[in-house]
Design a binder for this molecule. Structure first.
Ligand code: GLA
Ligand code: CA
Length: 695
């Protein structure tokens, strides 16, 4: 312990933490302890960015025989070459772990979420677990970048097949795939992008999925115009803001089918915004998509089935139209059941991310007869406690919540809270062993931008924390063990904090309970508000929380993806500080610094500068306790052994979730390993709104 303190002091000084601050506590801020060694099991094979895909016409194209026989020969579908764009996307053989594949079989997913409907652009979830990622294709794609050499990283082309910058760097011209079609055969073109931009992103009454995709995510003053059917032009205030190419990937620029959506949008119909949002309920089948599979069957609390998109615009080098897998299942169960079923072989895929399931899953996967592979990746799953920092109206707080907001905005209060968190105990309560690490908050220790020496960690110190609370003016005036507001505030009542928690995950709930217990020792009363996924998200985005427990999203694991979410760079980009009705942010001085750093990072061209900026970000965020880190640990990809083309070492989350990183449209099953899982063999999606698939 003594050694530890010494290192802490040195590091503290090196960081420029003031001596006054050091003297204020019994234990001084330090760097986080070195995490227990936990080597990633899968070794990533790093490749160059160009080795993955290209766009070109091939001499011939192929499709499953039954598609030709049952659909093309009978005149129900045009020939495959006429369904593909002029130059389809071609996945190169050299980057395929097992090479080009054969058609057939199913990937059986399990999810804990439930579909709200298919209107992704209006903010409806389809239940997560990669279902939306498989339906919605985006301008660029970042998930596969986990395997691209760092010097080479730039988003991959996708719906945008190429782009070039004007000489001054303020204009970006993007060329779309030409002649591609939605899954119902309607043409895909720049009108789809313009509808998404003008009537969903910019329209303040619509907010696309994730509560993000606000115009500021693409930079203030950014515009998008259509040049012709296959060309659009972006203009930016800054020169060469290449960072926005990441914003054009999932989840922020994945346009929906404007030929269907437009008819329901209030600007072009008599609908209200609510009617627009709900115009495509879960029962609406055959929603047109650009993704590889189309939803054809929905049974509430049971399953969503998706069949191959006959117009999918990607092929392998032999000219085989993708996907190889004919069907995708989404069983509607629980997230914990996803682990259980994937390990048991009754499902095919899981991101093992709930530590409560680690030991049992590892045991089963180690058996020779185990149907699934399980491989841990880097420590990229983390959790933060976030305090609502809006003092001017986000979520319409009443007097009590407003008083909590004022506390949240008090740095000594945040420090008291972070010092009262015993992270070792929290980690051990999830799982014993070398998995969890002490996490101070800020960037994930698994990202390449992480710098331990720029991380300010306030060690567990309950006495010091209590002293700080007293300094803030919080004392237990009625002797019930919980501190009260001062007489003039909130009636001098006990400070009671409502903690918003996702009810769908065991881990989120365990962590929340841990926080309740530890805050009780500090003398702060916490009341858990556990809501199901979408309700929890809506409460979050509406600002209706004092504190919340949140699993980290990609900005903390990759830094370059969803970067705008690292700070309040606009009214709706931060997870814990958004604007109220007047669209104004009341940022604390350190939050302004964070926003400036993130804005500089977003437009900087200089790699060394970007690295330095992120060190500054980390120091500022952790020193001022922007978030209260709870724990971080590695996750494991569980995948059935019968699948080919799964890249080794795929992390469950980095630029995006593993469902996208494994490039599902390229995954296949050898003929002798194929299961009999297809529920709609030899059938294809029908017309939008039709009951099911057709044959
Ligand atoms: C949920 C799951 C993750 C991942 C994502 C994909 O959040 O918990 O493991 O599947 O969905 O969106
Ligand atoms: Ca009290």
């Amino acid at each position: 312990m003594r050694n530890f303190r010494k290192i802490g002091i040195l590091a503290g000084l090196a960081l420029g933490v003031s001596v006054v601050a050091l003297n204020a506590y019994a234990s001084e801020p330090t760097v986080p302890p070195a995490p227990p060694a936990f080597p990633a099991e899968g070794k990533i094979k790093y490749v160059s960015r160009d080795s993955i895909l290209e766009f070109k016409a091939l001499p011939e194209y192929h499709e499953p025989d039954w598609v030709t026989k049952n659909f093309v020969d009978s005149g129900k579908l045009p020939a495959v070459k006429d369904r593909l764009p002029k130059e389809p996307m071609v996945f190169k053989t050299e980057n395929m772990p097992d090479g080009p594949g054969v058609y057939g079989d199913v990937m059986r997913h399990v999810i804990g979420g439930r579909p709200e409907g298919w209107n992704y652009g209006a903010g409806q979830t389809q239940g997560w677990g990669g279902i939306d990622i498989g339906l919605s294709e985006c301008l660029t794609r970042t998930a596969p970048l986990f395997q691209v050499e760092a010097k080479d990283t730039e988003p991959l082309p996708n719906l945008a097949k190429s782009w070039e910058w004007s000489q001054d760097g303020h204009k970006l011209t993007m060329h779309l795939i030409e002649g591609a079609k939605w899954s119902d055969g309607a043409p895909f073109n720049a009108d789809d992008l313009m509808f998404y931009w003008e009537d969903e992103v910019i329209d303040p009454n619509v907010s696309p999925l994730g509560g993000g995709a606000s115009p500021e995510a693409f930079g203030e003053g950014t515009t998008l115009t259509k040049i012709d059917d296959y060309t659009v032009e972006w203009t930016f205030k800054e020169a060469f803001p290449k960072q926005y190419l990441y914003t054009m990937a999932y989840p922020n620029f994945c346009p929906g089918p404007s030929h269907i959506l437009k008819l329901q949008h209030p600007k072009y119909s008599k609908n209200t915004y609510d009617q627009f949002k709900n115009a495509f309920p879960p029962e609406f089948m055959n929603m047109p998509v650009m993704g590889a599979w189309v939803p054809v069957e929905y049974r509430p609390d049971d399953i969503i089935v998706m069949r191959r998109n006959p117009y999918y615009w990607k092929v392998d080098e032999k000219g085989n139209q993708l996907p190889y897998l004919n069907e995708l299942h989404y069983k509607l169960s629980t997230w914990a059941d996803r682990d259980v079923q994937a390990v048991a072989g009754s499902a095919d895929f899981s991101n093992l991310e709930q530590p409560e399931n680690f030991v049992a899953s590892l045991k089963r996967a180690a058996e020779k007869t185990a149907p699934a592979r399980l491989a841990f990746g880097p420590r990229l799953i983390g959790y933060n406690l976030r305090m609502n920092l809006s003092g001017n109206g986000w979520g319409d707080p009443d007097a009590r919540s407003q008083a909590i907001r004022e506390l949240n905005r008090n740095e000594d209060f945040r420090k008291a809270v972070t010092m009262a968190v015993d992270r070792k105990a929290i980690g051990d309560s999830l799982v014993k062993g070398p998995f969890t690490a002490i996490y101070a908050g800020g960037l994930s220790s698994g990202t390449s931008f992480y710098d331990r020496n720029s991380t300010v960690y306030y060690p567990f110190d309950l006495k010091g924390a209590k002293a700080l609370l007293a300094k803030v003016g919080l004392k237990d005036t009625d002797g019930d063990g919980f501190v009260n507001f001062p007489a003039g505030t909130a009636g001098g009542k006990n400070v009671e904090i409502v903690l918003l928690v996702n009810n769908d995950y065991t881990t989120d709930k365990s962590l929340a309970e841990g926080v309740v217990g530890q805050m009780e020792k500090l003398g702060i009363k916490i009341i858990i508000n556990a809501l199901d996924g979408p309700k929890r998200d809506n409460a979050h985005y509406a600002g209706q929380f004092d504190w919340l427990v949140q699993r980290n999203t990609t900005e903390l694991a990759s830094v370059v993806q969803n970067t705008e979410q690292l700070a309040a760079v606009g009214p709706r980009t931060s997870w814990h500080h958004r604007a109220g009705k007047d669209n104004q942010l009341d940022l604390l001085p350190y939050e302004k610094e964070l926003a400036d750093i993130v804005n500089k990072f977003r437009t900087s061209q200089d790699n060394d500068e970007r690295v330095a900026l992120m060190k500054q970000y980390q120091k500022t965020a952790t020193e001022h306790v922007d978030t209260v880190g709870l724990t971080e640990y590695p996750g494991a990809l569980i995948i059935n052994k019968r699948f080919s083309n799964i890249p080794e070492g795929t992390p469950i989350m980095m630029f995006n979730w593993a469902e996208d990183s494994i490039i599902r449209e390229r995954v296949w099953v050898a003929a002798n390993k194929q299961g009999k899982y297809e529920l709609f063999p030899q059938q294809l999606p029908g017309k939008p709104g039709d009951k099911g698939p057709i044959n």
